[in-house]
Write a protein that binds this ligand. Sequence first.
Ligand code: FAD
Ligand code: EPU
Length: 350
Amino acid sequence: MSGYRLLENASLEGRNTFRVAARAALLADVYDADALRELLAYPGVQSGPLLLLGAGSNILFVDEVPGLVVSLAMHDIRMLVDHDQHAIVRAEAGVPWNDLVHWTLGHRLLGLENLVLIPGTVGAAPIQNIGAYGVEVGEFIEVVEAFDRHSHNACRMSHADCAFGYRDSVFKRQPDRWIITAVEFRLPRHRELITGYAGVPEELAAMGAATPRAAQVAEAIARLRSRKLPNPVVLGNAGSFFKNPILASAQAQALAERFPGLPVFPAGSEVLRKVSAAWLIEHCGLKGYRDGDAAVSEQHALVLVNHGRASGRHVFELAQQVAVRVFEHFGVALEPEPRIIGATWRPVAA
Ligand code: FAD
Ligand code: EPU
C-alpha cells in the first residue's frame, strides 16, 4: 500500500472550516493519483459511499460520514505551455487555491487575481465554479483531469464537458462521480483587469493605484474580503451559506419595486436577474441573529457562523429557519451553497 494513508474512525473536526464535530468511518489521504485505482478497488469501497474532501470550506457535516472519505494531497504546479500571449498551467488537486493565485501572479499570468483569498483547494474549484468580484474560474479552465468512478478510468474533461454555471457544474450535479486530480488553466498574459465590482475602485484609489497591476487588484480584493467576511480561522464558517437567488427579470423587478434598495444584478441572460440573498436576510432582521453557538454573522448576513460548540445539525436547522423567514417575508426560496452531508435540505417553497 503506497501513495496513500488510511485512518479508521477519523475525526473531521479539523478538516472543515465550520469546525463542527464529525467522524469518517475511513479516511484516505492520497499522495499519488496513481494510487487511486488500487484504493478504489478495495472490497466495500468500489460500490460503497465515498466523499471527496478538500479543505472542507464549502461543506457542512450534519452527521457522521459513512464509507470512505478521500482527501487528495498532491501539490504540484507547473507550466505546460508558455507562449507570449498565454500559458497553460497545470495544478494538482491538493494545491491550496490561494497559493495557485499567487503562483500565477508571480509568473505574470492574468485571470485569477479577482479570486484571491478564496479558501479551499484547486481540486474543489471547478465543483461550484468558484467566483468572486466579477470573475468565475470556469472561464479559465481548459481541462479537468479526473478519475471517473463510473468507468473506473482516468479521464480529461473539456471546458464544455464541465457545464459551468453560477455556483454550478456537472461535478456538482453528480457528486463524487469524478475525483478531480488536477486542473489545467489557460491564462492570458494580456487582458483588461476587472475592477468594477462594488468597493474595488474605492479600495484601489485608497491604495493610490490609479492604473493598477494585477497584483494590486488582488491586494485590493484581499483587503475588501478581509473586512467583509469573518475569518474561518477565528470563527467557523463556510463563506456564503446561500446562493444568490436567480429570478425571472419581471419577478426581480416587481420585488425591487416593493422593496426599494434590494440589490439586483445581471445573471447572464436578459430574462434572468440575481438578487442579493444577504440583503433579504438582513431585511428580515436576521443579521447577527444567534441561536446558541449557531448564528447569522454580524459582519455579513449571508454567512452562518459557529461561535464555538455548535453542531452541524444546529447550523443546518438555523439555515432552515433563515430560509423560512426569507420566504415568509419576500416569497423567495433560498438554496444552500455548501454541500450538506447527513441531512436533506427541505425546500421552503414545496
Ligand atoms: P470542500 O469544502 O472540501 O468540498 C466542496 C465540494 O467539492 C464537496 O462536494 C466535495 O465533495 C467536492 N470536492 C472537493 N475536492 C474534490 C475533488 N478533488 N474532486 C471532486 N470533488 C471534490 N466560494 C466562492 O465561490 N467564492 C468565494 O468568494 C468564496 N469565499 C469564501 C469565503 C470563506 C471565508 C469560506 C470559508 C468559503 C468561501 N467560498 C467561496 C467557498 C469555498 O471556499 C469554495 O467552494 C472552495 O472551492 C471549496 O474548496 P474546498 O477544498 O474547501 O472544498
Ligand atoms: N449586503 C447586505 N447585507 C450584508 C452583506 C451584504 O445587504 O450583510 C448586500 C450588499 O450591500 C451588496 C450585496 O449584498 O449590495 C452583495 O454583497 P457582497 O458584495 O458581499 O456579495 P454577496 O452577493 O453577498 C457574493 C458571493 C461571494 C463572493 C462575493 C464577491 C454568492 C453566494 N456569494 O456574495 O462568494 O465573495 O459575491 O463577489 O454568490 C461564497 O460563495 O462563499 C462567497 C463568499
